[in-house]
Design a protein around this ligand. Structure first.
Ligand code: CTP
Ligand code: MG
Length: 341
């Protein structure tokens, strides 16, 4: 575990906490936004089922684990097809075919990327304006979405922390894996590992417990304990507020994390290192500067897209965030500076 509190901070944490909770309320989708999202999902689901009657259609990502910010018009959808090779070539072919079908069906800005690591077709659904990403047999994403949702069900502070960190990352432009920083998914994993490492912990390590949800995808074991009702109240021993947890989060990434040797993981409570993973040398475009292990696909470093400038940018932003919280005269000033665009 790590120290329960960062070095003293002048701010009145209970005042900051009240403001942060207010912000969380504003960031969370309203009932109306949720209804619109449901409508969009139903429409996209109907369209895909008409095109591929034999396929399963699943929603994943933040719209499915309720870690989404209101007004974000994105849907992550997985088409599940029997008898398709689990190779990226086989997936790519289906993605290309799907791209043509979606165009014919009147979808807007259809853009297929069949040669990506996980082939994807992107489009905009005209009636609802939602942007949709479709992948094929992306079963790992469906199960990791469930893992995130289950963690969020155990302690509500996770969702608050995630919404604040996502909002901060978007404002500070460090939320784009395509330009060398981190995906939202990577930030969620950082939040979970942070709450697991508090002392006493806010979250358990579900993959170290007796599994109640068992699945194997390819060669990856995706077992974990999903008995969230038995685990409700797990974090009661830790009384830290969201404000304290957010401050500690930034302090940790600014000054405590060992970027040279460490790997962020949510699947075990003991420390993990780059040496243990063999993530010590650059292989092609994959750098291992900032390492975050996927909970199931253990060879996947979520930080592999972070290049040297991206890593410097992230570390600069973590230090900046901590400095803002540490030096601010009032919590309104702290929030304003923290989230300045
Ligand atoms: N995902 C993944 N591996 C990655 C990136 C994403 O498996 N390298 C999957 C995860 O299931 C994740 C989903 O894709 O939940 C969506 O990723 P992302 O858009 O980064 O996360 P969201 O939580 O949906 O973020 P946002 O609210 O910003 O859309
Ligand atoms: Mg998403």
């Amino acid at each position: 575990g790590m120290p329960s509190l960062p070095p003293p901070i002048r701010l009145d944490l209970s005042d900051l906490d009240a403001r942060l909770m207010q912000l969380v309320e504003q960031l969370a989708p309203s009932a109306e936004q949720r209804a619109r999202q449901q409508q969009a999902w139903a429409a996209v689901q109907g369209l895909l089922q008409a095109l591929w009657p034999q396929a399963g259609v699943h929603l994943f990502g933040s719209a499915a684990n309720e870690l989404d910010i209101g007004g974000s018009n994105d849907l992550d959808v997985c088409l599940e097809l029997e008898g398709v090779d689990e190779t990226k070539e086989a997936r790519g072919e289906i993605i290309s075919q799907l791209g043509e079908q979606l165009e014919q069906a009147g979808m807007l800005n259809v853009f297929a990327i069949p040669r990506a690591r996980m082939p994807v077709v992107k489009f905009e659904h005209p009636e609802t304006g939602y942007k949709v990403d479709i992948t094929v047999n992306n079963r790992l994403a469906v199960v990791n979405t469930k893992l995130l949702r289950d963690y969020a069900a155990i302690d509500p502070r996770l969702r608050s922390l995630v919404l604040l960190v996502k909002h901060w990352a978007k404002r500070r432009r460090c939320n784009d894996a395509y330009v060398g920083t981190l995906s939202s998914y990577a930030y969620v994993l950082m939040c979970i590992s942070h709450l697991q490492a508090r002392s006493p912990p806010v979250l358990p390590v579900l993959q170290e417990m007796e599994p109640t949800h068992r699945r194997t995808i390819g060669n990856w074991c995706c077992d974990f304990c999903d008995d969230t009702s038995a685990l409700a109240g797990f974090g009661r021993g830790n009384g830290e507020s969201v404000a304290a947890l957010l401050a500690c989060f930034f302090y940790y990434w600014a000054h405590q994390h060992d970027f040279r040797r460490g790997v962020v993981t949510v699947r075990q409570s003991s420390a993990m290192t780059k040496a243990m993973k063999g993530w010590t040398t650059r292989v092609g475009l994959e750098r291992h500067l900032f390492c975050i292990e996927d909970p199931f696909e253990l060879s996947h470093d979520l930080g592999r897209t972070v290049h040297a400038e991206g890593c410097d940018k992230l570390r600069h932003e973590f230090r900046r965030a901590w400095d803002v919280l540490r030096h601010a005269g009032s919590s309104s000033q702290a929030l304003q500076e923290l989230l300045a665009e």
